[in-house]
Write a protein that binds this ligand. Sequence first.
Ligand code: PMP
Length: 405
Amino acid sequence: MAEPSAFLSDRARGVRQSAVRDVFDLAMTPGVVSLAGGNPWLDDLPLEDLGRVAEGLVARQGHLSLQYGAGQGTPELRDAACTVMAADGIEGADPDLVVVTPGSQAGIDTAARLLGNPGDAVVVEDPTFVGALNTFNTWQLDAVTTPTDEEGLIPAFLRRTLQRLRAEGRRVAFLYTIPSYANPSGALMPAERRDEVARICREEGVLIVEDNPYGQLGFDDAPVPPIAAAHRDQVLYLGTVSKIFAPGVRIGWALVPPVLLREFYLCAESAYICPPVPSQMLATAFLTRFDWQGHVARCAAEYARRCDALVEELEARLDPRVLVTRPAGGFFVWARMPDGVDTAPLMHAAAAEGVVFVPGAAFTPDGGPDPHFRLAFSFVAPEVLREGVRRLAPVLNAAVSGRPG
Ligand code: PMP
């Protein structure tokens, strides 16, 4: 019998264990305050009413809901996705260009398979979503970072990155961006910057994959229209119900430029035949028969309250050399220790004190030493967030004062 690893493809051999996996294992320990996972708050959902819908889906519509469905998704859900996108600022999306996916993670995966050859560059924000990095890694794409600030991608650097890759003769599969309340940075890209990013990518002939799970979760402001709103043919746009309804249903969608539509859903079908039908029907019911926008508004208000509690406690307890940014929406606070402090080893010290967070290294392709860390407030009640900070602060402050100077 050969070594088990001999059975693995080169692709699978290259898959790395992310720092986040360690964090999630630690977060399962009873009594630990987890500031790690970006889980949505579900308490506002009308569970009994949804339960009656779910029962009906099987009891009365089982012949449909338990059967194979269309690869592109049900027409009803594709229509409902267009209503959600309209609320995001994408007016008049064509439901024929929508492909339902089992979550936007599957949309990222399909995009990577559809657009990338092994060794191609995928340009990503520094920092970016760890799940996307894992997918790119799986498809042997080379994630190349480009710098960001509090307003997301910095256009001048993006131009330079793309020009450099072109000069090196590299194929760029696409730019992957999260312009609204990014994971992990919380950054919100203003409208003018979105247009500039689109212009640069058009000039460089680079397609944009825009991932927008958090766009409607601004604390005070209306959504900034996605890049796809004004640049439809240049953008493969990914939406999801995970943060506005429920991640467990595993329902997202892609709004695909017409020229890529057929190949997109053929690639998707080859992976999973069709998205899960009962989940599509439940998500459709939520988006058509319930006040989903009221739910989103109440969620955003709750997230704002949680974010305030977390930031207030951090500001009260952390050494002022730890820089904490208050996001204007989304699920995450992104913070930075002084230069030279790597947050990865601190994760274990924090876990020993009963609190977990995600170190910045998780959100970069090289995973090297990184002074940042991410705290998720979405799933944790304000008083528990405060307790989490009481446990975390001594660990971080000791690491700061342990630094020379
Ligand atoms: N993209 C981003 C930026 C995310 O933060 C997440 C979830 N954490 C996803 C995609 C995956 O979402 P889904 O549940 O729709 O697969």
